[in-house]
Design a protein around this ligand. Structure first.
Ligand SMILES: *Cc1c(COP(=O)(O)O)cnc(C)c1O
Length: 415
């Protein structure tokens, strides 16, 4: 039991919270290659201040908070521009990538039911597509048809075509996919959907902002957004490369009609008409205001600079990993994600390497199959790669020949 009969002084409360953070990864110092993103103290300060001002405001009903209606529509309009959504494009802010993907799955189920009377819907997606699609199928009663990726880790479009049947309501591609960081062939996947008049979701939770600005920086980027015919929806997370506080993503649809399948309205209770755009009821204004604030603080110039820094750091890290004989890149990084494994998995355990790095204060994602480590490289890393190189080389030397093995860890935890 943990009871607090008398309250504590405010300073004491905050001091205790700070004490709890002692062992947390030091992401502001570039030590998290996962989970947290940093564009530096000024962006963090403005985001936190905006978040604080709207922390108790509620976007469940924007009649009471017209500020949040405006904030949401302006954030969505900016993202619509990034994604080349046309004049009929429509979206909502959500609490994160997972909610965006859940709603993409739910929306496709709804569309299949209403337009084609489908009662046993399935979705067809590569094995690389995010776990949240699986969660969506589980929550909303769809069958998940996972199709093996090709040797380059990209979606195998012919195999996806074979997996589609008359009950398929959604096909998925990612830009990039999380595990190996490569971009799926979106035009080919979208063509599968267009031929059948079904939904095609592009999961750009990770890459939506980076790809937009890499292209403006002159990088050769394969087509992935609404310029591709057949793409019906795209998700972009603002709490990743938008560098905002946690709890902000956008799910954008090509048309208002497609968006209508995402929303929910009922009056079948005693409390009156209840409508909601997403999974949440009460929807905190904090992440919405913070996203708006960071987007306005940075502007295109800010995102161009942060994108260039993140990409530069990613290239440097990839070169460092290639220089270490014990390690092997899974793929050339195409955006800002890097996955790597052991050159000889029988003699070198990458999870032991992750343990050795964590003892030195660096957090990398562990994933598989095959056993790999994963780095989400963002702007903050540009200034910390020298320290990382020293510790990485030391950790590799420690693991090499030690025969030690590490634990597999997890992308997400349930305790
Ligand atoms: C992060 C991510 C998600 C899930 O987003 P959350 O914000 O963690 O819920 C989905 N897809 C991709 C590609 C991601 O990188």
């Amino acid at each position: 039991m943990h009871s607090i009969p008398e309250g504590l002084p405010a300073d004491e409360v905050i001091a205790r919270l700070d004490a709890l953070r002692t062992d947390d990864v030091r992401w502001r110092e570039g030590r998290a290659f996962s989970l947290a993103y940093s564009a530096g103290p000024e962006v963090e300060r403005v985001a936190a201040e905006a978040h604080r001002r709207f922390a108790t405001e509620n976007a469940l009903n924007t009649d009471a908070f017209p500020s949040l209606r405006t904030i949401q529509s302006e954030v969505v309009a900016i993202v619509a521009g990034w994604l080349a959504a046309g004049p009929d494009g429509a979206g909502f802010m959500t609490s994160g990538g997972t909610e965006s993907l859940l709603l993409a799955v739910k929306g496709s189920r709804e569309r299949g039911r209403r337009e084609r009377g489908i009662t046993q819907p399935n979705i067809v997606l590569p094995t690389s597509a995010h776990a949240a699609f699986e969660k969506g199928c589980h929550y909303f009663g769809l069958e998940s048809r996972r199709v093996a990726v090709g040797p380059d880790w990209r979606a195998d479009v012919d195999a996806m075509a074979d997996a589609i049947d008359e009950n398929t309501v959604l096909v998925v591609g990612s830009a990039p996919q999380y595990p190996q960081g490569v971009i799926d062939p979106i035009p080919d996947i979208a063509a599968l959907a267009a031929e059948r008049d079904i939904n095609c979701h592009v999961d750009a939770c990770m890459g939506g902002i980076t790809l937009t600005f890499l292209r403006r920086l002159g990088h050769e980027i394969p087509p992935w957004n609404f310029e591709v015919p057949g793409v019906t929806s795209i998700s972009v997370d603002l709490h990743k490369y938008g560098y905002s506080t946690k709890g902000a993503s956008v799910l954008m649809h090509r048309t208002k009609t497609l968006r209508s399948y995402q929303t929910y309205v009922t009056d079948n209770w005693l409390g009156g008409l209840y409508g909601s755009s997403g999974i949440l009821g009460t929807k905190g204004g904090g992440p919405m205001a913070a996203a708006w604030a960071v987007m306005h603080l940075l502007g295109d110039e800010g995102y161009l600079e942060l994108t260039a820094r993140a990409r530069g750091a990613c290239d440097r890290l990839a070169a460092l990993l290639e220089d270490i004989d014990d390690l092997e890149l899974r793929a050339r990084p195409e955006v800002t994600l890097i996955a790597f494994g052991a050159a000889d998995p029988d003699r070198f355990d990458v999870y032991a390497l992750a343990d050795a790095l964590w003892r030195r204060g660096w957090y990398l994602d562990r994933q598989g199959p095959p056993a790999s480590l994963h780095c989400t490289v963002n702007a903050v890393h540009a200034d910390h790669l020298d320290e990382f190189e020293v510790d990485l080389r030391a950790a590799v030397a420690e693991v090499r020949g030690s025969g030690s093995t590490g634990s597999t860890g997890a992308y997400g935890s349930i305790d």
